[in-house]
Design a protein around this ligand. Structure first.
Ligand code: UDP
Ligand code: MG
Length: 336
C-alpha cells in the first residue's frame, strides 16, 4: 500500500508481514468522543484478537476539538493495530467513513460508532453471518437506547421510506454497526448522508444483504451530534438514491409518470371547465382557487424534477471531479 508521502517502503519496526494485509479492518468515525476512544479501541482489539483474525482498527478523526485527536495520536503511536486518519476539519460522518474505507486494507470492513453505543462484542456475529455467503451484514438495534420522539420515531419513518423506495427492507438503516466485503465498498462514491444508504446502494449493484439483531447502549459520554435536522437531509438523500436507481435505467418512467399525471389532471380540469361553461353557462373566470391549485401543482412537479436533476448533476460533478469529499491532514500509526 502506498502511503500519503508516496513511499511504499516497509519501515523497520518489527511487525508481522501479514498485518500489512489484515483480514478485517474496523473503521470508526470520531467526532469529539474523547472519553470513549481508549476503551473502545481496547474492546475492539480484544474482541478481534479472540477471533484469531488479523485485524486493523482505523479511527478517522473528523475535526474533533475536544482532545480526541491527541488521544488518538498517542494510542496510534503505541499500538501496532491502530491507524489514526486525521481529517483537516469536521466534514460529517459520511466523509469520515469514506476516509476510513479509503485507508482500510482488510478484505472485510466493519464499521461502528466511536461513542460506545454499538457493542464490539457483536462483531464476530456479523463476521459469522458474512461467512454464510453475504456481502453485507447490517446490525439491527432491536433495543435501541435513544430518545423515542426525536430519534426512534423519525428513524422508523425513514427506515420504512427507504425500504419502500429502494426495495431493500431493513429494520435499521441507521445502525452504524455493519460488516462489508471490501469489494462492495470499492467503487462507492459517497457524499451527503449516503453512508446510511450503503445497503441499498450495494443492493442495486447486486450485493447479497442481510441483517442481524445487535446490542445497543445509551450514550455514556458526550452527546449526539445529530438532531431533527438530519432526518430531513436523510429524506432528501432518499429521493436521490431512489432516483438514481430508476433514472439510470428508465429516465422516462420517472419524468414520464409525473408528466402524464400532470397532463391528465390539466386535461381533466380543462374539460370540466369547458363543460360547465358550454352546458351550464357558468362563468369560469372567477375560479382563482382552481387556477392556484393547478399552478401550485405544476410548479411543484417542475421543482421536484429540477431538484432531482440538480442532484444528478451534483453526483455527476462529484464523480467527474474525482475531488475528495474530505481532506486528510495526517496519518498516524501502522507504519504510515
Ligand atoms: N461523527 C462524525 N462526524 C460528525 C458527526 C458524527 O464522525 O460530523 C461520528 C461520531 O463521533 C460517532 C458517529 O459518527 O462516532 C455517530 O454519531 P452520533 O453518535 O452523534 O450519532 P447517533 O448515534 O446519535 O446517531
Ligand atoms: Mg451515537
Amino acid at each position: 500500500m502506498i502511503n500519503e508521502s508516496g513511499s511504499n517502503k516497509a519501515t523497520v519496526t518489527s511487525k508481522p508481514i501479514t498485518s500489512l494485509f489484515p483480514q478485517v479492518s474496523v473503521v470508526v468515525p470520531i467526532y469529539n468522543e474523547v472519553e470513549s476512544i481508549t476503551s473502545l479501541v481496547e474492546t475492539i482489539a480484544s474482541t478481534l484478537r479472540e477471533t484469531g483474525l488479523d485485524y486493523e482498527i482505523i479511527c478517522v478523526d473528523d475535526g474533533s476539538r475536544d482532545g480526541s485527536t491527541e488521544v488518538l495520536r498517542e494510542l496510534a503511536a503505541l499500538r501496532s493495530d491502530l491507524k489514526a486518519v486525521i481529517l483537516r476539519r469536521n466534514y460529517g460522518q459520511t466523509p469520515a467513513m469514506a476516509a476510513g474505507f479509503r485507508y482500510a486494507q482488510g478484505k472485510i470492513i466493519v464499521t461502528l460508532d466511536g461513542d460506545l453505543q454499538n457493542d464490539p462484542a457483536d462483531i464476530p456475529k456479523l463476521l459469522a453471518k458474512l461467512n454464510e455467503g453475504y456481502d453485507l451484514v447490517s446490525g439491527w438495534r432491536k433495543n435501541r437506547q435513544d430518545d423515542q420522539l426525536t430519534r426512534l420515531l423519525p428513524s422508523k419513518i425513514a427506515n420504512w421510506l427507504i425500504g419502500r423506495a429502494t426495495g431493500v427492507e431493513l429494520h435499521d438503516y441507521g445502525c452504524s454497526l455493519k460488516a462489508y466485503r471490501a469489494e462492495v465498498l470499492a467503487d462507492m462514491n459517497l457524499y451527503g448522508e449516503l453512508h446510511r444508504f450503503l445497503p441499498a446502494l450495494a443492493y442495486i449493484e447486486g450485493a447479497r444483504i442481510t441483517e442481524i439483531p445487535v446490542g445497543h447502549h445509551a450514550r455514556r459520554y458526550g452527546k449526539s451530534k445529530y438532531g431533527l435536522g438530519r432526518t430531513s437531509r436523510v429524506i432528501l438523500d432518499l429521493f436521490t438514491v431512489f432516483f438514481i436507481k430508476k433514472f439510470l435505467t428508465r429516465p422516462m418512467h420517472v419524468f414520464g409518470l409525473f408528466g402524464l399525471i400532470s397532463m391528465l389532471l390539466g386535461t381533466g380540469f380543462g374539460i370540466y371547465l369547458t363543460v360547465i361553461k358550454l352546458f351550464y353557462g357558468t362563468s369560469i373566470g372567477h375560479r382563482p382557487l382552481l387556477i392556484l391549485a393547478v399552478l401550485l401543482f405544476l410548479t411543484g412537479i417542475q421543482l421536484l424534477s429540477f431538484g432531482l436533476l440538480a442532484e444528478l448533476v451534483m453526483r455527476t460533478y462529484h464523480e467527474s471531479q474525482k475531488r475528495p469529499i474530505y481532506r486528510v491532514r495526517e496519518i498516524i500509526g501502522q507504519n504510515s
